[in-house]
Design a protein around this ligand. Structure first.
Ligand code: SF4
Ligand code: SF4
Length: 95
C-alpha cells in the first residue's frame, strides 16, 4: 500500500524530509509536483502512527491513499465546510 501526491501539491518541500522511507521526490527534472515512489512508501507503518507526509502537508486533497481518497479532505485543514466555501465562491463570482 502506498500514498500518492497529485497536482494540487504546491511544491513546498515540507513532506520530503519527514519520510522515513525516502519515498518522496521533489519536482526536479521538469516534474510539476512532488511524487511518492509507490515501491518505497510504507504508509509509515512501523515508523509512525500516521503518515508523516499527510500530517504536515498544508494543502487539502494533495495526498491520496491507495483508493484515491484524500488524507486531508476539503475543509479538514481550513475548518471551512466545503459547502460554505462553494457558496461563498459562487457569490464572489456573481459580483
Ligand atoms: S506515507 Fe510515510 S512512507 Fe509513505 S511517502 Fe508519506 S511519509 Fe513516506
Ligand atoms: S507537503 Fe504537500 S504541498 Fe508540500 S511538497 Fe509535500 S505534497 Fe506538496
Amino acid at each position: 500500500m502506498a500514498l500518492s501526491i497529485n497536482d494540487a501539491c504546491v511544491n513546498c518541500w515540507a513532506c520530503l524530509p519527514l519520510c522515513p522511507s525516502d519515498a518522496i521526490t521533489a519536482n526536479l527534472d521538469g516534474a510539476t509536483h512532488f511524487a511518492i515512489d509507490a515501491k518505497k512508501c510504507t504508509e509509515c507503518d512501523g515508523d509512525y502512527a500516521s503518515p508523516q507526509c499527510a500530517s504536515i502537508c498544508p494543502i487539502e486533497g494533495a495526498i491520496l491513499d491507495a483508493g484515491g481518497e484524500a488524507l486531508n479532505p476539503p475543509g479538514s485543514l481550513t475548518g471551512i465546510p466545503p459547502e460554505l466555501l462553494e457558496q461563498a465562491m459562487a457569490e464572489i463570482q456573481a459580483r
